[in-house]
Structures are given as structure tokens and as C-alpha cells.
Design a protein around this ligand. Sequence first.
Ligand code: UGA
Length: 457
Amino acid sequence: MRIAVIGCGYVGLVSGACLAAIGHEVICADSDDSKIRKLNAGELPIYEEHLDKVIHTARSSGKITFTNSVAEAVRAGDAIFICVGTPPLADGGADLSAIENVARVIASEARTPKLVIEKSTVPVQTGQQVKRALQVYGREHGATFRVASNPEFLREGTAVEDLLHPDRIVVGVEDAESERQLREIYQPIMDGKFACPIHAKGCPKLELARFIVTTINSAELIKHASNSFLALKISYANLISDLCEKLHANVDEVTHAVGMDPRIGPQFLKAGIGFGGFCLPKDVQAFIRLAERAGVDFSMLKEAERVNKRRIDSFIERVHSALWIVKGKKIGVLGLAFKANTDDIRFSPAIEVIGRLLGEGACLCASDPQAIERTRSLYPGISYSGDPYETVKGAEGLLILTEWPEYRALDWKRIRGLMMRPLVLDGRNLLDPAKMADLGFEYYSFGRPSTAVTTMA
Ligand code: UGA
């Protein structure tokens, strides 16, 4: 089976590369010519761990090709994955125009039977609309189409690992042949039988029960429901953290013990400046709109969104409380990406904090292991350094805005000596308050003891 992947963003590129890595013949298309030129020149338009290795191997074995012609990819593929963006509209709903455009190209270019698979995150019933568009625009050519949904659960930073070693594969189908084809596509992953670019010693099999077959509507809903639940969990942990501050408890201790209950689980209970990125915030908004249109009161989710927005206000209040006037003060920033192990700054809480402080006239010096270039194009006026020690030199305060693990391993004694005032505001609860106190830092984080000499907001 030949596979076409339409859209070479995070989802499309990782999906295309991994499907090629497990043995399929894949053609990836994107109408953005600069992206395709980069890919054909052996460069990657994004940073994602292991992706370079996976694409290099696939290209060397002739399993993957890239084209700027969506029509060419459509003609070549038996199974076509739609991986184009679904950005937020002004009202919070998802903009599905790119999905419709692809459906129209598929309808007009297809001359052989096609399995059309939505992988982009879409509201429930988009599959039905795609089916209708294929029927309406493909009538003249007589090609047959089947539609399926196969939501992705990739996390940026661990996307290759997540695709090759998933915790579940969800396929929403309406007929047995679509299910058969999707099983065939994912069989190497189910069997753990492919040359794994990450684990040289091979991969475990995926339990049969983790290949979940549902209706198309349910598959679409599973994706939005998963991301929204993760957002709820983070906002819940952030409220617990507020409570810990007021009542002198420690959020790390509380969430650690709470997360040990297998019904709750330890992940996504980390308090801090809140969730960002191109998925959780927009998916929560889209899910709220969807529920409203369906007449279901999902105000619980609105509350999670409101709590998340308040995190930034709360952090800025802390900066003011510690530094008073920020205008003209040199402040160091560690972390720009919306989370660790990615260069993605879309809806990054760090970018929001930086924007606010720049608006107040702060002099910022920022560092990030991957996201400096992307941030520079947004804020060219900030001084940047790849070296965290340069970033903190002479600073009156240091903000930690992304949870890069390497920041934990920095020589904090040296940093203390380099700063004009040893003040750290840790927006990600990355460092140990007791150790920071021992080193002589004035240290603030969320829901944990502070070593404050000033009063916290
Ligand atoms: C998210 C989901 O986790 C994936 O399963 C999903 O496939 C993906 O969206 C998508 O829809 O494509 P991602 O956007 O890569 O993945 O990021 P997450 O790992 O979910 O983190 C989101 C934000 O929450 C980050 O800003 C992170 O720093 C923050 N976060 C995460 C917390 O503040 N606390 C936590 O405990 C966990």
C-alpha cells in the first residue's frame, strides 16, 4: 500500500517519517514550497528528537519522498492521511478550511480507490463533512472513497517515540475494508517488527486491545476529550498549588501522593505558569465551542481555561512583588519554548510573560536550547545567548519559563556569583527550594516554600 501524507507540519512530518521507518512507501506533500525545498535538501523545518535519524534512514532506503504538489501525492497514495493545520478562529472554533481544500483536491485528482484518513485534530462530525465533500467534488471522475479517522496522540518533543511506541492506536471507521487497511498500516508497530531507529534492541509488541476500533464520530471525540482532560488536570494541579501557598503546604508533596492513586496517575499534575503550545489551548477552546453548539454545558472546561490564563497574571504579580519596578531592569530568562525538548513557541507561556515585561520596559536577556531563532523573529529587540551563564550576568532577577531538564544541572553557585541580585522566579517548579536557599538565592516558585525576603503577592 502506498501512503500519501498531506501537510508537513509536526504531525504530518513525524507521521510520514515513522510510517516510512516501519516499511511503507510514503509521499509527503505540503503546498509550502520553502518547506519542501528544505526537506529535499536534507534539512528539517522543525526540531524534534530522533526525526533527523528517521528521515535520513527512510530517505536512504528510498521509502520517503517530498513534493510541493498535493495533487501528485493524492494520485500516488492508496491511503491518504490529512495532516493539515486546524488553527483557531476568532470565536475559538477550529478553522477547517485547509481540510476542505485537501478534500477537494483529493476528489478532483483521484482516479483509483482511496482511503482518506483524518489525522488532524478536528471537531466531531468533520469526517462526515469530508465524506460529503468527496462525493460532491469527486462525482465526475468516478473514483471511490472511504473515510476514516485516526487521531494522533503525539507530544512534541517525544513525537517519534510516541508514534513508534504508542499507548493506543485509535481508528474510527465505517466499513471492514478501511479497518483492514488501517490494521495493515500499523501491523509492524503492533508486532514490534521494524528496524527501530530509537531502540536498537527492538520493540515490544503492542497488546491487541490497544488497537481500538470505533465509529468516526467517537474517534474524533476521543482526541478532543483526551486533550481537554489533560488541560483539566493541569489546571486542577495549579489550583491545588494556590491552596498550598495559602495554607503552607507543599504542592510537590501533595500531587506526588495524589498521583500515586492509579485512578488519578502521576502525570500532568505539575504546577507552574500553565499549559501552552498549539494543541491544548486551542483544543480546549474548540471543545468548549463544540459543547456549546451541542447544547451541553461544559463550563468546567471554561474554568480550566480561565485558571490557565490567570497563571500568567499570577506570575507577573510575583515578578512585580519581587522586583517592584521592572522598567530599565536587567532580567534574565531561561526558557522560551512552550515546553522542554521542542523549538515550538506557539502559545508559549514564556512568550506571553516576555511580551508583558517588554511592554513595561524591562531589559531582557534570554536563552533556550532550541527556540532562540524562532523567538528572535518575534522579539528582535531582546538580547539572546545560547549560554545560560551569559544570560544571567548582571541580572537583577532570573525567570525560569520552560522546564528544560538541563537547567537543573547548571552550576547554580556560579550563577549566584554572576547575578547582580540572586533572585530566581521559577515558573516551572524546576529547582529545589531548599537547595536554592542553601546557595543563598531568594527563590520563588508555585505552591512550595519560598526563600523570600520580600512579601509575595
Ligand atoms: C498535547 C498532548 O499531550 C498530546 O497527547 C497530543 O497528541 C498533542 O497535544 C496534540 O494534540 O497534538 P503537546 O502539545 O506536545 O501534546 O504538549 P503537552 O506535553 O501536552 O504539554 C502542554 C503544555 O502543558 C506545556 O506547556 C507543558 O509545559 C504544560 N504542562 C504539562 C504543565 O504545565 N504541567 C504538566 O503537568 C504537564
